[in-house]
Design a binder for this molecule. Structure first.
Ligand code: HEC
Ligand code: HEC
Length: 435
């Protein structure tokens, strides 16, 4: 279609050129070559069948006026049509740009589906990547699933240049491969632009982001209570299985009934310790009631215990980790090192346990107060993120590719940020308390 548009431009140009050339040729024919012919009077003598040309009377009045009118008319058309055509030019450009963007989005979506969705999920909502952990001698240690962050918010935390850098080079020590030629990948600059154009077209709205962050926090709270009462959870599941088993004896069922009641009570109490009625809502699978009770709990937490609220935000798994910090600042967080160790004690010594804020792709945040004298300067840095070679804190220097994302409103061209200033302040409080 683009080629088509370009060729119709060329055709119009050729037609105009042809008309001009033809006119010129006719002029030359009549004026240059015709000068050799005899003058009109003698022509009449030579060829009596020719009718005489207009006499002076007509030539100087009607004929002259007619030619003048045609001249003025042509001038009028030239003066009006050319500027009008010119005025339409930006519109035509815009149309072409829109058209190009549409094509880029379409092609980018095809590439995303073929190359990225198996890890980052359909619609870029986040997903999982199979990854093999090796020891320092490159021997197999374990097969894990590494969480790949949602990309439907990526342009709220990284600039186009930063995303291009990530696509070009991938992420070292992670499943994210290099895609661009500079990093040895298979895609051209234009193909990367197409993918980014697609990502641009599917970025969430600020409202959707707020809801997504909140949903992640709620899940985090539930996961923590369940983890603290893992035994009760297992007991509940086992008892439910026995009760649903048609072959179970009456005695087994009676015992299971008791277990279930005890486990349910323990979990209910644990959730109710956060907020009244939460236990019944969570265990009764009432999602709306659970969400509304947890929102109340989170508002209270943000008011009473900023550090605990900040810890939830730091570890937020919402958007497959896209809103949190731990995926880059806690090694093993993205592939569940602690869970792996709990399930396979034999891996002790081969797999490092997670150290919250202990550093991963990003530096350790333990002792971060030495970098940022004030909480406010740290908040400003987290809000804006890195730009190439930016100097921050006492001796911090960003990588030329600027890999620390910006979480505040001003970090990218898009309206809205991933976190509110209050949320960033809570995270800073948590980070400055890390020991
Ligand atoms: C084999 C799995 C896999 C494939 C395929 C893959 N990615 Fe990734 N990608 C990841 C993982 C895992 C991460 C997170 C790495 C980390 O935790 O540091 C990531 C990170 C990223 C990031 C950085 C996001 C952030 O907020 O830190 C971008 C951007 C990205 N990928 C884009 C893409 C695009 C575009 C494609 C397709 C061309 C793609 N990825 C294909 C696994 C994959
Ligand atoms: C995509 C990975 C990534 C994520 C997610 C991330 N960071 Fe970072 N962070 C980095 C990198 C990399 C640096 C080092 C600076 C650089 O070169 O970009 C850094 C640096 C920092 C520093 C400065 C530390 C120092 O001592 O120099 C702070 C503070 C920080 N990050 C806090 C956060 C917080 C808070 C969050 C979550 C809201 C977060 N980071 C999320 C990658 C990340």
């Amino acid at each position: 279609m683009l080629i088509h548009a370009a060729s119709s431009y060329r055709t119009i140009g050729l037609v105009i050129a042809l008309i001009v050339l033809t006119g010129f040729a006719v002029y030359v024919l009549f004026n240059v070559f015709a000068t050799g012919t005899k003058e009109i009077g003698s022509e009449v003598e030579l060829a009596p069948n020719r009718k005489p040309y207009f006499d002076d009377e007509i030539l100087e009045t009607r004929r002259l006026e007619f030619v003048q009118t045609v001249g003025v008319g042509t001038l009028f058309i030239i003066c009006l049509a050319l500027p009008l055509y010119w005025l339409g030019e930006p519109g035509r450009h815009e149309g072409r740009d829109e058209f190009t963007t549409e094509i880029f989005i379409e092609r980018g979506q095809e590439k995303y589906t073929a190359l990225c969705s198996q890890c980052h999920g359909a619609g870029a909502v986040g997903g999982q990547a199979a990854y093999t952990i090796l020891d320092e001698n490159a021997r197999y240690v374990a097969a894990v699933n590494w969480t790949a962050p949602a990309l439907n918010t990526v342009l709220y935390r990284f600039s186009i240049d930063e995303v291009t850098h990530i696509l070009n080079y991938g992420r070292p020590q992670s499943p994210m491969p290099a895609w661009g030629a500079p990093g040895g990948g298979p895609l051209t600059t234009q193909q990367l632009e197409e993918i980014i154009e697609y990502l641009k077209s599917i970025q969430l709205t600020p409202e959707e982001i707020t809801a997504d962050v909140q949903a992640g926090l709620r899940n985090e709270v539930i996961a923590r209570v369940r983890a603290d009462h893992a035994e009760a959870g297992t007991k509940l599941n086992d008892a439910t299985a026995v009760l649903n088993d048609a072959a179970a004896t009456t005695a087994d069922k009676a015992a299971a009934e008791k277990d279930r009641a005890a486990a349910t009570q323990e979990l209910t109490d644990a959730f109710d310790a956060l907020i009244d009625g939460l236990g019944a809502a969570v265990l009764g699978n009432d999602r709306d009631a659970t969400a509304s009770l947890l929102d109340t709990y989170l508002v209270g937490l943000a008011a009473d215990n900023l550090e605990a609220y900040g810890e939830l935000l730091f570890n937020n798994r919402g958007g497959a980790g896209g809103y949190g910090c731990a995926r880059c600042h806690t090694a093993g967080f993205s592939w569940g090192a602690d869970e792996l160790l709990a399930a396979n004690p034999a891996l002790e010594g081969l797999v490092e346990p997670e150290i919250p804020g202990g550093g991963g792709f990003g530096p350790s945040l333990r002792g971060v107060e030495a970098q940022f004298v004030s909480a406010a300067s740290q908040e400003a840095f987290i809000s804006a993120g890195c730009s190439p070679n930016l100097q921050y804190g006492n001796n911090g220097v960003c990588e030329p590719s600027g890999q620390m994302p910006g979480f505040g409103d001003e970090s990218t061209d898009l309206d809205g940020g991933l976190l509110t200033p209050e949320q960033i302040a809570a995270i800073v409080q948590y980070e400055r308390g890390l020991e």
